[in-house]
Every structure is written in C-alpha cells, then in structure tokens.
Design a protein around this ligand. Structure first.
Ligand code: AMP
Ligand code: FE
Ligand code: FE
Ligand code: ZN
Length: 298
C-alpha cells in the first residue's frame, strides 16, 4: 500500500455525550460537527435532566448525515447507591409531562447550585479569597450542575483541574439533588416508549460481586441494557460487564460521557482510546422499533 494513501480511520459510535443543555461545553450542533470529524456515525446526546437539546441535535445530525438517537440521563436512587445514572434511548422527547417534570428538576438544580455555591463561598472567604457569584445565564435551559461551579473555580484560578475542583470544593460542599426512584424512572422511560440502560456501572463500584448484583437486580426490575463500553471501565471490567449483559440478555451500549474538549475524554472513544463498535447499534434500534410497534398495537 502506498504510504501517500490516506487510510480512512474506522468509524465508531457514541451513545453518551453532554451538551450545553446540561453540563457540556459544546452545543448540540457543535457536537454533531465534532462527531463528523471523528467518524462517529451514530450519536446520542444524553443530557442530564434535559431533552431540550435533542431537536437541535436531530436537525444538525440530519444535515451532516449522522444517525442520531434521542437520549437523556436521569439520576436515580437505588438501594445503597445514592446516584445511579440511567440512560433513556429512543423515547418520545416531545412528551409534555416529561418535559415539564424535567424543567422542575432543572429549577431545583439551580437552587441547589446556589446552596452549593454558598458553602463554597464560606470556604473561599475563610481562605481569604474573593467569593464567586452565580452566573447570570444559569436560569436558561441548561441543567445546572457541579461542573459549572468547577469551571468557575478553574477560571478564577482557585484550582487547576476539574478533578481538583471536585476533590477540594464540590465533593465536600455537595448538596443532594433530585433523584428518581428506580421504579419510577423505568416506568417513565417505558411510558415514553424508550429503552432504559444502566450508565457507566463501574462508577458505582469496582467490586465484581457488587456489579453482578447491581446488573442482575436491575435486569429483574426491567432495565434493558448496560453501558459496557465507556471511558471508565478497564478491559477486565468491560469483559465482566459483557458477560453479565450476555447472561441476562441485556443490550450492550457504549458511550464516552464526553463533556468538554481537552479534559481527557474524546468523543467516540473509550478507555485506552478504543473505538466503540458500530455493531451494537442495530440491536438497540431494533428494540426501540419493537417497543414503538408494541405501542401502536395497544
Ligand atoms: P451533579 O449532577 O451536579 O451532581 O454533577 C455531577 C456531574 O459532575 C457528573 O455527571 C459529571 O459530569 C461531573 N463530575 C463528577 N465528578 C467529577 C470529577 N471528579 N471530575 C470531573 N467531573 C466530575
Ligand atoms: Fe455530567
Ligand atoms: Fe453519568
Ligand atoms: Zn453522562
């Protein structure tokens, strides 16, 4: 093969990314443009507590010839786990009741953000530093979260990384946010004709027995997939999650959880820079379609 011939980079998918409608730094259109540059052929924007970016994303994706699946990420309380993330795919994102419930959650997030900032300011003043003010635009459609405050601490030069912001300020000053009950979240995603998937399982535990128990009990409750490939699980954990998914006939999904350029996570790639396999998309789409068919028969 000639060395001048450009070898086309293989394609990939990414089913877990964030936009400016939650705590990401790029707009849905910018994410689509980035996906195009990264040869990502199927994309799902999964904002925390928001479906507001999906329409813009869908329009941009259509223009760019990228396949987009509607997505959302919900925070759920489950057994001893205080913040399990549940991804919803292919649901009716125009549903008015869901939209206004999420809007209320986002309003609560904003009030919680103010309370967290109050606590942080207490610490900053104690350190002899200038306190920070809530951003003016925070009342807009984005789901306000701790990453917004972390970036403010970075911009002020009080910390040098997101990690440091969380360790020194956002974890110690945290205030609980709204979390769904697992059954309610699953019921709602099902009501909207969507497919519920457990996000980044190794964020909750690295213990094999605990992961097995979590995936198994959620399968019993009706979860339909596991995010086997992500930017956190190491190769051994990926194989474990894959085995668990196979044992319970769960769908396998993949997502980078990309939020911001230059923070170590690349769109369309998991830990170690691996590409996510495009082959996992057809079974997911099949399931989404099956559920739609089921709906129209009801
Ligand atoms: P919140 O939903 O406001 O509690 O913020 C949680 C979000 O913060 C997660 O979804 C991640 O996007 C981000 N996050 C959590 N921990 C860290 C960390 N150590 N470094 C950077 N981002 C983090
Ligand atoms: Fe996030
Ligand atoms: Fe998450
Ligand atoms: Zn996420």
């Amino acid at each position: 093969m000639s060395t001048h011939m450009r070898v086309p980079e293989d394609t990939g998918v990414d089913l877990h990314i964030h936009s400016t409608y939650s705590d990401g730094l790029l707009t849905p259109s910018e994410l689509v443009a980035m996906a195009q540059r990264c040869n990502v052929t199927t994309l799902a924007i999964t904002d925390h507590d928001s479906v507001e970016g999906i329409r813009e994303g869908m329009e941009a994706a259509q223009q760019a010839g990228i396949d987009m699946i509607a997505g959302v990420e919900l925070s759920v309380r489950y057994e001893s786990f205080s913040d399990v993330h549940l991804l919803g795919y292919g649901f009716d994102y125009n549903d008015a009741a869901f939209g206004s419930f999420l809007e209320r959650i986002r309003e609560e997030r904003l009030r919680r953000g103010e309370r967290i900032l109050d606590k942080i300011n207490g610490v900053l003043i104690f350190q002899g530093r200038e306190p920070l003010a809530m951003p003016n635009s925070s009342g807009s459609s984005g789901a306000f979260g701790r990453p917004h405050l972390a970036r403010m601490l970075m911009e002020e030069g009080y910390v040098t990384s997101m990690e440091e912001a969380f360790t020194r300020y956002l974890v110690p000053c945290n205030v609980p946010k709204f979390r769904w009950e697992m059954n309610d979240a699953l019921e709602e995603i099902n009501r909207l004709g969507g497919v519920a998937v457990l996000a980044h399982p190794t964020e909750y535990s690295h213990n094999q027995q605990e992961l097995r128990r979590l995936v198994t009990s959620l399968a019993d409750l009706g979860i339909e997939g596991v995010e086997v490939y992500n930017s956190q699980a190491d190769p051994g954990e990926v194989s474990l999650l894959m085995r668990l998914a196979e044992q319970r006939s769960l769908l396998v999904t993949a997502g980078s959880d990309f939020h911001t350029p230059g923070e170590g996570v690349e769109l369309g790639r998991g830990s170690g820079g691996i590409r996510f396999p495009v082959g996992l998309v057809p079974p997911l789409k099949q399931r989404i379609n099956d559920k739609k068919q089921g709906d129209s028969l009801r």
